[in-house]
Ligand binder design. Structure first.
Ligand code: ZN
Length: 615
């Protein structure tokens, strides 16, 4: 990343870029003076909240006033935090913004202490009384879902002395994860290889990934893989011990809280039934044919039938290299999302017009892309737009998040405006799919069509199939601990070997019978267990809603669209499973999972047809 940041001859400075392509910070505050005034107000509100201590359990009126003040405080806190934060992101060398950001972080620490009493005091109010207050007090109506969830979580809280004992182990529960992080980032010695052109490259994680996905010289990719893999392979026993630490810790915590399994404990936060998870991993494992077919088509296009390796799986299958200027790309997104209706269209035009997007890479700007909502103002999207096809889809993706935030903020009170990751990626992947349809309908060039299909297919293989396979691994590895079976490099590799076989069949040439070791390489397994499945369920939900909105009778399509827009307006006003059910998706059934699998099947068929045209 540093090489691109330093490439100043191609990167314009912020001053050289027209205002319409940059964030307009004055939408949040006209000046640092105005920011300071709100910062001061934040401190005053903090004292106001603290003054309610001991009163909120006395009456509904007190409770309503305290929670209202807390919400007002949170709205200001968002703005006060994000104003310097966004300025830092467009130029990480901005010392003024960094200083203000530290000031906010210190205030937040105080805020945590000042409000720590609220939940314990709320919990002294019996649930029945609380529900009666909410029913009788209009000012408390918006708090219903949050309160119900609080009482639900309370069921797992133990007596004070038991909680105290558990708390002593708090600091140790993150140890395994931080050891993994040190071992695979800070302390790792990356190998160096010589490419075919004589250039020496140090194989950092990023450099390795770049060679595998962009280097058309096969010998380079092969050399990179052979040099990079031992970084993990030489430490497999150590990494297995670290992973055992993660799994043992998960199982201990699950048992302390009275859960039957690690999975049940992990899904309880969002109130997701374990069936949803098991349905996902089992249904995907039974339906890997389209995935294998895709890799066979790739092998054929690349002329590698019978000799197709893991290091051939990410390289582009077309030599299409058109650049899409940003001004064209944004108009393409507007056209693409037309099926979502007039209101959506008006909103997306607003989102691309008014300094909500910070488009281009500039010196010191952070990498990547995101959309973040400043409640009460509007969402801000950061891009490092480079004109590739991939970035056109990223733009559509981030605008999906932005529209979701706009619709939720407009239609929800502060307390329920925020949505969970479980529904977040539905909006973004839906827009990507509409973008694909739009772009396919506008080109007859088989090269562009092949590139588009590869783009869409790899979205599904990378975000749906791979994540479902990872989720399957996590489930099986945690089951070992629950059954008292050993967790070792051998047992973990055995799980991965079976999964590799189930997912990829004989699509790849297996390297010298070396055991599979993806378990050692996926940081999510070590940072946030049982997290990645949500990418897969989001993709599946999005595919099913897409089917309902775009196919079938006109009347049914209209109803499906209304339900989808209602989902986007609903923020976090219910558990994600319920929100999706209201939008017509039942993740405890196979239907949504099969929707995305069939989508892949169709896309691979289209790819085969385009490839045939080239012959
Ligand atoms: Zn996203």
């Amino acid at each position: 990343m540093s090489t691109t940041l330093n490439a100043k001859e191609t990167t314009k400075s912020r001053d050289e870029i027209a205002a319409e392509y940059k964030w307009n910070f004055s939408d949040i505050y006209p000046s640092w003076e105005a920011w300071q005034a709100d910062f001061d107000q934040l401190m005053t509100k903090m004292d106001e909240v603290a003054a309610y201590k001991g009163t909120i359990s006395k009456s509904a009126a007190n409770l309503a006033k305290a929670l209202k003040t807390q919400d007002e405080l949170s709205v200001i806190a968002y703005k006060v935090y994000l104003y310097p934060m966004l300025q830092k992101d467009v130029d990480t060398r901005n010392m003024e913004a960094l200083g203000k950001l530290q000031q906010v972080q210190m205030a937040f620490a105080k805020f945590g202490v000042a409000t720590a009493w609220i939940t314990p005091e709320l919990l002294t109010i019996p649930q029945e009384t609380m529900m009666k207050w909410i029913a009788e007090t209009p000012e408390l109506k918006d708090q219903k879902f949050g309160m119900e969830d609080m009482y639900r979580n309370q069921e797992r809280v133990m007596s004070e002395d038991k909680e105290k004992i558990v708390s002593y182990f708090g600091p140790t529960s993150g140890t395994a994860s931080s050891v993994y992080s040190s071992l695979t980032t800070a302390d790792v010695e990356f190998p160096t290889i010589k490419l075919a052109n004589g250039e020496e490259v140090t194989l950092t994680h990023g450099a390795y990934s770049k060679i595998l996905s962009t280097d058309n010289n096969r010998e380079n990719r092969k050399a990179a893989k052979e040099a990079y893999e031992p970084v993990y392979r030489k430490k497999l026993n150590t990494i297995a011990s670290i992973y055992k630490g993660i799994v043992d810790n998960d199982w201990a915590h699950a048992q302390v809280r009275g859960y039957n399994s690690c999975l049940e404990a992990a899904l309880d936060g969002n109130n997701i039934p374990t069936d949803v998870y098991l349905n996902l991993i089992n249904t995907v494992k039974e339906n890997t044919a389209p995935l294998q077919r895709y890799h066979k088509v790739r092998a054929q296009i690349l002329n590698l039938e019978g000799d197709y390796h893991g290091y051939d799986s990410r390289i582009s299958i077309s030599d299409f290299e058109k650049k899409y200027p940003y001004d064209e790309a944004k108009e393409m997104v507007v056209e693409a999302v037309k099926p979502l209706g007039e209101d959506y269209n008006v909103k997306i035009k607003k989102a691309i017009a008014n300094g909500w997007l910070d488009v281009y890479e500039t010196p010191g700007k952070r990498s990547g892309a995101y959309s973040i909502n400043v409640y009460g103002v509007h969402p801000f999207m950061l891009l490092n737009y480079n004109g590739t096809m991939d970035y056109v889809f990223t733009l559509a993706h981030e605008l999906g998040h932005t529209l979701h935030s706009m619709l939720s903020s407009e239609n929800q009170p502060f307390s329920t405006h925020n949505y969970t990751i479980f529904v977040a990626e539905v909006a973004s992947t839906f827009n990507e799919r509409l973008m694909l349809d739009h772009m396919l309908s506008n080109t007859k060039d088989p090269h562009e069509r092949i590139a588009l299909l590869q783009q869409a297919i790899e979205g599904i293989t990378g975000t749906f199939y791979a994540q479902a396979m990872f989720a399957d691994f996590e489930y099986q590895a945690h089951s070992l601990a629950e059954q008292g079976k050993p967790i070792t490099a051998e047992s973990l590799s055995a799980i991965c070997d079976d999964l590799d076989k189930a997912y990829y069949g004989d699509a790849f040439v297996k390297d010298n019978n070396k055991p599979s070791m993806f378990w050692a390489r996926i940081p999510h397994f070590y940072n946030s267990p049982f997290y990645v499945y949500q990418y897969a369920t989001c993709f599946a939900s999005s595919a099913e809603i897409y089917n309902k909105v775009t196919t079938g009778k006109k009347k049914d399509r209209k109803i499906a669209l209304e339900k989808y827009i209602t989902l986007l307006k609903s923020g976090g006003n219910d558990y994600p499973m319920n929100q999706l059910k209201k939008a017509g998706v039942d993740l405890s059934t196979k239907e949504p999972i099969l929707a995305i699998i069939n989508q892949l099947d169709n896309l691979v068929t289209q790819l085969e047809q385009e490839v045939a045209k080239l012959k």
